[in-house]
Design a protein around this ligand. Structure first.
Ligand SMILES: Cc1ncc(COP(=O)(O)O)c(C=O)c1O
Length: 485
């Protein structure tokens, strides 16, 4: 069943409009003074004609049809849908930030440059890295930038033959994609029975053709790779660099630092750890940090503070890989992350990390009576359960995910990671109360009971959402995205 809310175009009635703004009675430039007339419309645009309240109601009603973090719990593992404090939006909307133009000269944007410079330093302190760039606009672009830096480093140290980047089999899909985009080949390293890097397999694969390793810490099963020092030593001994996929930094901030674990490069998904809207490839922010040795290769411009105390965008970095982003179109995201870190302070970010870890372990324990827990040891900020016991009774995790929507929750990530059958990846984040976690756990346990008492209800879920169960294959193959009058 498709929701019958009309499109705003269908609500249109000729002559309706919002508040009319009188034309200015002082002379100003005409459009033709600014744009060549060949670029101007000759007919008015076909915009819907509706009143202001109609517009407001239309979009408010649409906004509650979808699930979002302001509506209820959103435990999407690996995606970190933590609550974004509204004060961050207020900061980013300050006209002094929001109305800047990227071509303004440095002396007119000192506050913005200072904010970026400070954010780089905060992230350097959190990761232990000597240099940070804010350029990449997503985690995946950070991976790509890091891989380009690896290439540049090896080219300068006669490592032209180093074409492989080692990637554990639990890796996020963006890892191999970024590695290939940067001209390397991924080589998969097996996991052991504890869900962590298999050291013997790593030793067999790290060799003179290894450019480095891209490792998520904690890994995508939510497990801390506690052999990390040994892993780093093996890769370094083979001449490779260690890249940390820092998407899960939410589990480490204030407790340990990537540089101390032997990583040479790391990215930071600001939108995951520092509570800015999730980018999904942009407009997020995936800054990267590097060790002293790799600093010369960072993208330009670098934000520098001159001896006189001014802030400048410095393009003069002859060994740089270039730039990976034109201007700083994601500046609003940087303001939000700066605000989040400043607001929490050093102790606050540590408490953030601890709460995220405690919440995940609490929920994991609550679900254990009904669901298989493939890796029993303590988890970090997220964890994986398996629906194999439910599958034996005729229900797949897809059905469980759809039923959760009727309980008013967003479903966790399902069927990822790939090395756990019927996997459900759950990340509660630090921003949820014990009551919310309890409500979610009760829903999960009730769904498990419904498998025996009312399986049909589960197979037909969701019943309470504006759109029922979709034929996802058809929706992908024949998407119907265009409005036709
Ligand atoms: C482990 C991991 N690596 C990489 C990424 C990619 O980050 P982005 O979505 O910012 O490109 C994610 C995204 O959630 C992730 O969870």
């Amino acid at each position: 069943m498709i929701s019958n809310t009309p499109l705003i175009f269908e609500e249109s009635q000729p002559g309706r409009q919002g508040t009319p703004i009188p034309r200015p009675d002082v002379p100003g430039p005409e459009l033709t003074d600014i744009l060549d007339s060949t670029f101007l419309r000759t007919e008015p645009a076909e915009l819907p004609q509706v009143t202001e309240p109609e517009v407001v109601r239309h979009f408010v009603n649409l906004s509650v049809k979808n699930h979002h973090i302001d509506k209820d719990f959103y435990p999407l593992g690996s995606c970190t849908m933590k609550y974004n404090p509204k004060i961050n939006d207020a900061l980013a909307s300050l006209p002094e930030f929001a109305k800047l133009h990227p071509l303004q000269s440095d002396d007119t944007v000192q506050g913005a440059l200072r904010l970026m410079w400070e954010l780089e330093r905060m992230l350097g302190k959190i990761t232990g890295m000597a240099g940070v760039t804010l350029q990449p606009s997503a985690g995946a672009q950070g991976e790509f930038t890091g891989a380009l830096i690896m290439r540049r480093y090896h080219d300068q140290t006669s490592g032209h033959n180093r074409q492989f980047i080692l990637i554990p089999e639990t890796a996020h899909g963006t890892n191999p994609a970024s590695v290939v985009s940067a001209g390397f080949k991924p080589k998969v390293v097996k996991s052991n029975t504890r869900g962590k890097v298999d050291l013997d397999d790593l030793k067999a694969k790290a060799d003179g053709e290894t450019a480095g390793m891209m490792l998520t810490q904690p890994n995508t099963l939510g497990l801390f790779e506690n052999d990390i020092e040994a892993i780093s030593s093996i890769v370094h001994a083979a001449g490779g660099l260690m890249y940390m996929d820092g998407a899960n930094l939410n589990a480490l901030v204030g407790l340990t630092r990537p540089a101390d674990m032997g990583f040479d490069i790391t990215h930071i998904n600001l939108h995951k750890t520092f509570s800015t809207p999730h980018g999904g490839g942009g407009p997020g922010a995936g800054p990267i940090g590097v060790t002293e040795e790799l600093k010369p290769f960072l993208p330009v411009p670098i934000i520098r503070r001159t001896e006189g105390g001014n802030f400048i965008r410095d393009y003069d970095n002859p060994q740089s890989i270039g730039n990976v982003h034109s201007f700083f179109g994601n500046f609003g995201v940087l303001v939000r992350a700066w605000g989040y870190i400043r607001m929490l302070g050093e102790n606050g970010v540590r408490r953030m990390t601890r709460s995220a870890i405690i919440n995940a372990n609490y929920l994991k324990t609550k679900l254990a009576p009904a669901y298989n827990i493939p890796f029993v040891e303590g988890t970090m900020h997220e964890f994986v359960i398996s629906g194999t016991r439910q599958k034996e009774r005729g229900v797949r995790v897809l059905d469980i995910a759809k039923t959760l929507l009727d309980f008013g929750f967003h479903a966790p990530t399902i069927y990822f990671p790939l090395n756990v059958s019927e996997s459900m990846m759950i990340e509660p984040t630090e921003t949820e109360s014990q009551q919310t976690l309890d409500k979610f756990a009760e829903a999960m346990l009730e769904i498990d009971k419904m498998i025996d008492s009312d399986p049909e209800r589960i197979h037909s879920a969701p019943l309470n959402t504006p759109v029922r169960r979709l034929d996802e294959t058809l929706a992908n193959r024949k998407p119907n995205l265009r409005w036709r009058p």
